[in-house]
Design a protein around this ligand. Structure first.
Ligand code: IMP
Ligand code: MG
Length: 177
């Protein structure tokens, strides 16, 4: 498939403003309460890097990453998941925010949520930069959502197409040409 960068869907400035707001919300919700950010690799690293700096120093923040691949499956609704890289820390008894780049089918989030719940996280919330409409298997609202976007393939700000375009500073639609 030949592709080309399309129009800018969300500008750098819009992203910066929204992340500042999400950081303020998290700082209020976790005032003087330690929180553990769990970034889902690889797409979330840019969002997480900005989000963590938007959280007040009154909130002690710990961060770690995990990488999973989920496969949809015709016979079950949830598919299966493979942990490619696990956390180095324990989440038992901790207040955790999962940080995801984009929620599409919601399968990745569904699995990570259940894994961390199973490991005894005391509370679990989700921050996602982007959400596509409708079909999410993760059937709770996203606690800290950047933007709802239309059902198009997007790149930039950490999101890739075949590992490219993660370094774009804004979010763009990828067009087939
Ligand atoms: P889900 O499990 O279907 O919600 O998909 C989650 C993962 O698929 C995201 O973390 C992204 O890595 C990838 N993904 C889904 N939609 C897009 C997109 O429009 N652009 C780039 N990556 C995407
Ligand atoms: Mg991802």
């Amino acid at each position: 498939m030949k592709t080309a960068l399309g129009t800018i869907l969300i500008t750098e400035q819009e992203i910066r403003r929204r992340i500042a707001e999400l950081g303020r919300q998290i700082s209020n919700d976790y005032l003087k309460t330690p929180v553990t950010l769990v970034g889902i690799l690889r797409g979330s690293f840019v969002f997480l890097a900005d989000l963590i700096r938007a959280i007040s120093l009154e909130t002690p923040v710990e961060v770690d990453f995990m990488s999973v691949s989920s496969y949809g499956d015709a016979t079950t609704t949830s598919g299966t998941v493979h942990i490619e890289k696990d956390l180095g820390i324990s989440v038992g008894g901790k207040d955790v925010i999962i940080v995801e780049d984009i929620v599409d089918t919601g399968l990745t989030l569904f699995h990570v949520y259940n894994i961390l719940l199973g490991r005894g996280a005391r509370s679990l919330r989700v921050a996602a930069l982007l959400e596509k409409p409708g079909k999410s298997k993760y059937n709770r609202p996203i606690d800290y959502l950047g933007f709802k976007i239309p059902n198009k393939f997007v790149v930039g700000f950490g999101l890739d197409y075949a590992q490219r375009y993660r370094n774009l500073p804004d979010i763009r639609v990828l067009d087939e040409i």
